[in-house]
Design a protein around this ligand. Structure first.
Ligand code: DX5
Ligand code: ZN
Length: 215
């Protein structure tokens, strides 16, 4: 069954501790932190102190998506603040192998991702060095955007590149009740969702629907 990683970007920032406890009770599998530096994307979000203080509210793994121009510099901050998986953008590093090694040094899971406009084939040389590929369904930077129609093609192409390797495929951005199963059929193992999880406050029902569970 597909796993769900709610994006806290869509949560009420005034109640993050209670929210992540509620998400665990509601059937979430990861907590997705969209870390933005105001340079790589025109938005600014979670610093490492927030993750450190939120760690005690859940046993779920922290899935950290770095949308920053200096991932090599940020890795230790998040690795030492509770990250379990760190995903970085290939557009933001001169040496992906070096960035991967920096994450490996902390014994964390490693993911790579690209903007929708970047050629997904750039992951091919790295496919044996990572644990996860994150396919973006929207331009990084904000929640609540529309799912790019060509995302399903990019998921299928990514799945072909992964082949039978033990590499997870996560899809992030614009996920909703209509496209979730399409993403799964195309090869997604994990869906990141913000808007769809938090809409009308029905966390359990929304997560179940995204998982294809009919209550
Ligand atoms: C965008 C983030 C996504 C986004 C998902 O830069 O990477 O995680 O917050 O939010 P929704 O599900 O609302 O598109
Ligand atoms: Zn994200």
């Amino acid at each position: 069954m597909v796993k769900i990683a709610p994006s806290l970007l869509a949560a009420d920032s005034a109640y993050l501790g209670k929210t992540i406890s509620d998400l665990e009770l509601a059937g979430a599998d990861f907590i997705h932190f969209d870390v933005m530096d105001g340079h790589f994307v025109p938005n600014l979000t979670f610093g490492p102190k927030i993750l450190k203080e939120l760690k005690k509210y859940t046993s779920l793994p922290f899935d950290v998506h770095l949308m920053v121009t200096n991932p090599d510099e940020c890795i230790s901050w998040y690795a030492e603040s509770g990250a379990d998986l760190i995903t970085f953008h290939l557009e933001a590093t001169e040496s992906p192998i070096q960035t991967i090694q920096l994450i490996r040094n902390y014994k964390l899971k490693v993911g790579v991702t690209l903007r929708p406009s970047s050629d997904i084939k750039q992951i091919i040389p790295l496919i044996n060095d990572v644990d996860l590929i994150l396919v973006m369904g929207v331009q990084p930077g904000f929640g609540g955007q529309k799912f790019y129609p060509d995302t399903l093609e990019r998921i299928k192409l990514t799945k072909d590149i992964i082949a039978n390797r033990n590499v997870l495929l996560e899809v992030d951005g614009g996920i909703n009740f209509q496209n979730a199963s399409l993403c799964v059929n195309a090869g997604a193992d994990i869906l990141v969702a913000g808007t769809a999880v938090f809409q009308n406050g029905m966390l359990s029902e929304n997560i179940a629907t995204l998982k294809g569970i009919h209550l």
